[in-house]
Design a binder for this molecule. Structure first.
Ligand SMILES: [Ca+2]
Length: 348
């Protein structure tokens, strides 16, 4: 996607991600015709834009704990967060104060449950296997090719190979995806079953959670879970982040198993709320103060969605990892990202 290389270029880091060339599977003349057909419309982009409306994906077979045991375990171990009034947003006077998270305000929320860890590759693969999609051959995640996915299904799973791309569920052909194909099934790459799933789009993340009988957390639910009733600045308390408290400061592509930093757990037991991957929330990017009823929770409205929590590649400083931070440069909801994952929530 055109902004893919930009996406990976953060201030001070200048990490440029190479996009792979489009596979030459089509006769050049046919390609030329298709390009000519596509060319007159500026609406047909190389990839879906942040303003592309969330799509409807094919219906999956109903969630079944017998055939989706990893997701069932995740669902069963959700952590309950009490309802009540929580302090949300950045204090005006604080070394890590952030204008985009002001004003500090109070929001009353109902009790809810939230995943103890980020959703893993094994769990997300269970959802993919419940879809009416039959993958072909064998390929590692990050290396899927056109012949691994039937033509009708490519727009759901292949970003680069299906350009001009629609709004995928997950970009399995992105080199940083870790779910591949083996014997007609979607499987995590070897050694990556319990690593957090990367490269899901916003709607793909929501679809997974809904399939499991859950949903995405709202932005304020996520923040209340990270900060607790006393509005701590970090999930573990007041201390600044270190590599013992959070999965941070690692090279791109080297995720760690979820829950690898138990010292950084919240008192309630949530793991990796700071670091590891950023996490999709249900909430459109609108200014604080938060309002539940102003349209920012409408799942059908196009626009960027808030991601929370910092990530292991780019966010190793306290200002990025502080629990009120809501400023993230790249979060196109229509495409997958190496640094964004998902953690589901549920009512009650
Ligand atoms: Ca995280």
């Amino acid at each position: 996607m055109p902004d893919k290389s930009l996406e990976e270029t953060t201030a001070g880091k200048m990490v440029i991600k190479e996009t792979r060339p489009r596979p030459a599977t089509m006769h050049p003349a046919i390609t030329a015709v298709l390009l000519a057909l596509a060319a007159p419309s500026p609406a047909i982009a190389q990839t879906a834009s942040p303003t592309t409306p969330p799509p409807r994906f094919p219906q999956a077979t109903p969630f079944n704990p017998q055939t989706a045991p990893a997701s069932a375990r995740q669902q069963a171990s959700m952590v309950r967060i009490p309802g009540g009034t929580y302090v949300i947003g950045s204090p005006a006077q604080h070394p890590l104060a952030n204008r985009a998270a002001m004003p500090e305000h109070r929001v009353t929320i109902k009790p809810f449950r939230i995943d103890r860890t980020e959703v893993t590759n094994a769990q997300f693969a269970e959802y993919l296997n419940a879809l009416p999609v039959k993958p072909l051959g064998t390929a590692l995640g990050g290396k899927l090719a056109l012949d691994n996915i039937a033509p009708a299904d490519r727009p759901l799973l292949l970003e680069f190979s299906s350009r001009p791309s629609p709004y995928t569920i997950i970009d399995l052909d992105d080199e940083e995806a870790r779910i591949g194909v083996r014997d007609g099934r979607f499987v995590a790459n070897p050694g990556h079953d319990d690593h957090p799933v990367t490269e899901t789009t916003w709607a793909g993340a929501l679809a997974y959670c809904r399939w499991r009988g859950a949903r995405l957390p709202t932005e304020v639910e996520w923040e209340a879970a990270a900060r607790g009733p006393k509005a701590r600045p970090f999930p573990w308390g007041d201390a600044p982040p270190t590599t013992a408290l959070a999965v941070i400061g690692l090279p791109s592509g080297t995720t760690l198993p979820v829950g690898s930093r138990p010292q950084g757990a919240t008192p309630e037991g949530l793991l990796d709320m700071a670091g590891s991957l950023l996490e999709w929330t249900s909430t459109l990017d609108r200014p604080y103060p938060y309002r539940l009823d102003d349209g920012r929770e409408d799942p059908a409205t196009p626009g960027e969605r808030i991601v929370r929590g910092g990530n292991y590649i780019f966010d190793d400083t306290p200002d990025k990892l502080v629990a009120w931070n809501r400023t993230v440069a790249f979060r196109n909801p229509a495409t997958g990202h190496r640094q964004i994952g998902v953690r589901c929530a549920a009512d009650g």
